[in-house]
Design a protein around this ligand. Structure first.
Ligand SMILES: [Zn+2]
Length: 568
């Protein structure tokens, strides 16, 4: 038989967790047709040369909702071996939207996910209103596959207009929301996204609409998925309500659909909490309930200046200053009375929604601006404060003010305890993912999660086998999100594949590129050791370079496929 694509002499890691084996993978009509020692001819042959051939990775938590419009490859997920990205998370989306509400909706994505507003204004054409229209618009030209979730904040804004963050919905408005979710699921959306993250605000400083919805509304929207008999739910900020009174378990039980929520992680803000969380999800799973936390292999490093900082936003005096204009920030940070309040709030006991751990030893001065401060580079605030005999807040703000808010800081307070991370990533009760690709474009996105898992955690730290790590990145994620035809290398599956070198795979050091609309800049993170990324049977990237192909498509839920195939 003549194949379209034949990948020869690989070490096949099929995504099931079973041991790797040597062989070839043959592709025809966009699907894997045979695996083993194969001799047929092919239009294109790739020599894997003993490297790993795995299913393409599924980047299950992204915010490429705007970027996908001007960057159909959704860089840089694909450079790390991802062939599918899932967007519309945490209740945020760019549809459905009425013309007069575009700015407000874009503002939520901009402020929560730290994507500059002028980039969105220049880059988003808004040639859609409904969610199905948005799906069709982005589907015109895609490098990778994109699965979509319909976002509760967008739906609530559409149904309630300007009052969407102020009050409960009327029965009529709730019916509109249910209709919008239904039409999205009917069009093939993979599910619905909601949020309980109370630290997510829009550009005017108001909590985003989905965070303002009462619990009864979440159940009413989830019930649309029960009626449809398909789809998943994703919840931003789910850990607190789940551990408090099992909110997500109850939603999942009520609608019979899986719910994936953020986030199971080790963080300095809440030492030891990850153990409690792991025990909880094991208990939930043993009851047969699918309320599943996402976890990730990244040690999130938050790079920021005090011009654009989200670290202290859980504190009432800090928040409006952080959101105000720079001149106002300078005035406030210089004011001794305000300073006293800022110190008191930072020193107050940590609450469940605290956004800062008080661990000044984890906050490093990365890039001082003035020559006289160069010696501070690489030092953390705790040691600087001690040397200067000041409170850390004063050492920190004095420096920021002296340098006109331009000092570059770096805070790493998440996933720093390797033993904890090893247990979390190995847990069968959690799904690995959560790169936040497309978000915090000027900080750090964790888009390198797959290559970090394979390079750092597997090769260097040996916390799990390569086969298990590939399973975590592929089959586990695809099946959790209802993508049933991808995530395994076996005949009949769609040919999303990655060829990588287990001996060299790793993220590269980040740099800055100016490739966003309106000459916007962002951090770029590429990878070592990813040789080919194949999407729907076509090579998308060869050694990190785009081949020019656009083989991606919008992924649709299982019920959509079944109805297209004659209602099986
Ligand atoms: Zn998110």
């Amino acid at each position: 038989m003549a194949y379209d694509l034949l990948i020869k002499n690989g070490r096949i890691i099929d995504g099931s967790g079973r041991p790797a084996y040597h062989g070839d993978v043959a592709v025809a009509g966009g699907k894997i047709v045979e695996v083993g020692r194969l001799s047929g001819s092919a239009r294109q042959t790739i020599e894997a040369d003993g490297r790993a051939i795995a299913p393409g990775f599924v980047d299950n938590h992204c915010h490429y909702d705007a970027q996908v419009v001007w960057d159909p490859l959704c860089t840089y997920s694909c450079h790390h071996g991802s062939t599918t990205v899932i967007i519309g998370n945490c209740s945020l989306a760019l549809a459905p939207v009425k013309a007069e509400a575009r700015e407000k909706l874009a503002g939520m994505l901009s402020y929560v996910e730290a994507i500059p507003m002028d980039v969105l204004q220049a880059g988003v054409p808004w040639n859609w209103e409904s969610f199905p229209q948005y799906m069709n618009a982005i589907g015109q030209r895609l490098g990778v596959n994109v699965g979509t979730l319909v976002g509760h904040s967008a739906v609530r804004l559409y149904a309630m207009g300007e009052e969407c963050s102020d009050r409960a919905a009327t029965d009529a408005e709730l019916e509109v929301m249910r209709r919008l979710v239904r039409e999205s699921i009917d069009a093939g959306a993979l599910g619905l996204s909601i949020t309980r993250n109370m630290n997510h605000f829009d550009i005017a400083g108001k909590r985003i609409p989905a965070a303002c919805a009462p619990e009864s509304e979440l159940f009413a929207l989830a019930d649309v998925l029960r009626e449809a008999g398909t789809g998943v739910i994703q919840c931003g900020g789910g850990t607190n309500p789940e551990l408090k009174d099992r909110l997500l378990s109850r939603i999942s039980e009520a609608c019979g659909r899986p719910i994936m929520y953020n986030t199971l992680l080790e963080q300095a803000r809440q030492p030891g909490r990850w153990r409690e969380h792991l025990r909880h999800v094991e208990e939930t799973a043993k009851q047969g309930i699918r309320a599943i936390p996402l976890c990730n292999p990244g040690s999130i490093l938050n790079r920021f200046t005090m011009k654009n900082c989200q670290v202290f936003r859980s504190m009432p005096t800090w928040l409006p200053i952080l959101q105000g204009p720079d001149a106002e920030k300078m005035r406030a940070y210089r004011n001794p009375e305000i300073r006293a309040k800022l110190r008191a709030e930072v020193d107050a006991p940590l609450g469940p929604d605290s956004t800062f751990s008080q661990r000044w030893d984890l906050m490093v001065v990365e890039e001082p601006k003035l020559a006289k401060n160069r010696g501070l580079a690489g030092k953390h605030i705790a040691e600087i404060a001690k040397a200067q005999g000041k409170h850390p807040v004063d050492a920190f703000l004095d420096l920021a003010v002296e340098e006109a808010l331009e000092t570059g800081f770096c805070l790493g307070e998440i996933n720093m305890d390797t033993e904890a991370v090893a247990q979390i990533l190995g847990s069968p009760y959690a799904v690995v993912g959560l790169t936040d690709g497309g978000a915090h474009v000027q900080f750090h996105s964790n888009v390198s999660n797959p290559t970090r898992l394979l390079g750092y955690w597997v090769r260097e730290k040996k916390i799990m086998s390569l086969e298990r790590a590939v399973q975590r990145l592929t089959f586990d994620s695809a099946s959790a999100f209802g993508i049933y035809d991808r995530g395994l290398v076996q005949p009949g599956m769609v040919a999303d594949l990655v060829v990588f070198d287990p001996d060299t795979v790793a993220p590269r050091k980040e740099d800055v590129v100016h490739d966003f609309p309106a000459n916007g800049w962002r951090m770029r993170e590429l990878a070592e050791g990813i040789h080919y990324t194949v999407v729907n049977g076509e090579v998308l990237l060869e050694k990190g370079e785009h081949t020019g192909a656009h083989p991606g498509r919008v992924l649709r839920n299982a019920r959509y496929h079944a109805s297209r195939n004659g209602g099986a």
